[in-house]
Write a protein that binds this ligand. Structure first.
Ligand code: G3P
Ligand code: CA
Length: 289
């Protein structure tokens, strides 16, 4: 059993004489990493679509992750690649428009694309959601969002625009800021902009800064989110030693972990969150160590 799991078990056992069963369960749950459905439950439904977050909701997973980019006419949309080619039928619909970059298509053109058939017939005619549509579905599902600003260097001003949309959708009030929204990016510059514009927003840096550089990140990032393959218990401890911009311990969400054994290992390192295409697999692995 991993050290963290031992610690968690010990806490619960010791706590049994002091805590009510409900409190003990809450304490145990607190030590378990948060499970985040990567691009929605993307092993089971086409990534970054409304069915993918509905599928996460149906599995009982509150946290979903997405990727936000911008169309030629300035509409924020939810899609991972900077090209529409892999996850839509854009090649068939607009054959003369290679390399089919998101930034070269209008929102009306993107709305015509099928973003589901590549994944399976059952998802034919699924659309690339606008961020506004996506936020309404997350809200309707009572879910929480890890929103990634993707390729911000391609979209000047996307940070301000994203925050404006989040505000318009009611996602920048205390109820949402306190535990329902994290904005993350591979770009430290983009994250700094988000933090400067709306200091109340929880932010996550995607990557693995050297431990000696973490103090700089702690000025504008509440989380450090590395690829799971780069993670170790020592690195998680190094991150946890810092306090973030909101006065709380820096947290670590690791990506992308899709199997039970690896999920338990990463949990044993002390990670606070696990981002996964198979949230049910990871959730079940963490529930039965
Ligand atoms: O949330 C972490 C993960 O989404 C980062 O990688 O390429 O899937 O956006 P990517
Ligand atoms: Ca992402």
């Amino acid at each position: 059993m991993h050290a963290r799991a031992v610690a968690a078990t010990t806490t619960v056992l010791l706590g049994a004489t002091l805590l009510s069963p409900t409190s003990a369960r809450a304490a145990a749950a607190h030590t378990r990493p948060q499970v985040v459905a990567h691009r929605g439950a993307s092993a089971y439904a086409p990534e970054n679509t409304l069915p993918a977050i509905d599928r996460a909701a149906a599995l009982g997973i509150p946290w979903v992750e997405n990727d936000v980019q911008r169309t030629k006419d300035g509409v924020l949309v939810v899609v991972h690649d900077d090209s529409l080619r892999r996850t839509t039928d854009v090649e068939q619909v607009f054959p003369g428009r290679a390399p089919w970059k998101v930034k070269d298509f209008t929102a009306a053109e993107i709305a015509r694309l099928d973003a589901g058939s590549w994944f399976g017939h059952a998802y034919a005619r699924t659309r690339v959601p606008t961020l506004a549509q996506y936020m309404r579905r997350v809200e309707r599902n009572h879910q929480k969002l890890l929103l990634e600003i993707k390729n911000p260097e391609l979209y000047p001003g996307i940070e301000r625009q994203t925050l404006k949309l989040l505000g318009n959708e009611g996602w920048l009030d205390r109820r949402h800021l306190d535990g329902r929204l994290i904005v993350q990016s591979f770009s430290a510059g983009s994250l700094r902009i988000v933090h400067d514009l709306k200091p109340g927003v929880t932010t996550g840096f995607l990557g693995r800064p050297e431990p000696g550089d973490l103090h700089g990140y702690a000025g504008f990032a509440d989380l450090i989110n590395p690829s799971h393959g780069t993670l170790s218990a020592a690195y998680v401890s190094a991150v946890h030693a810092f306090t973030g911009p909101h006065g709380r311990r820096l947290r670590v969400f690791a990506w992308t972990v899709d199997d039970a054994t690896r999920a338990r290992t990463v949990a044993g390192y002390g990670a606070d969150g696990i981002i996964t295409d198979k949230p049910d697999v990871v959730r079940d692995a963490l529930n039965r160590p």
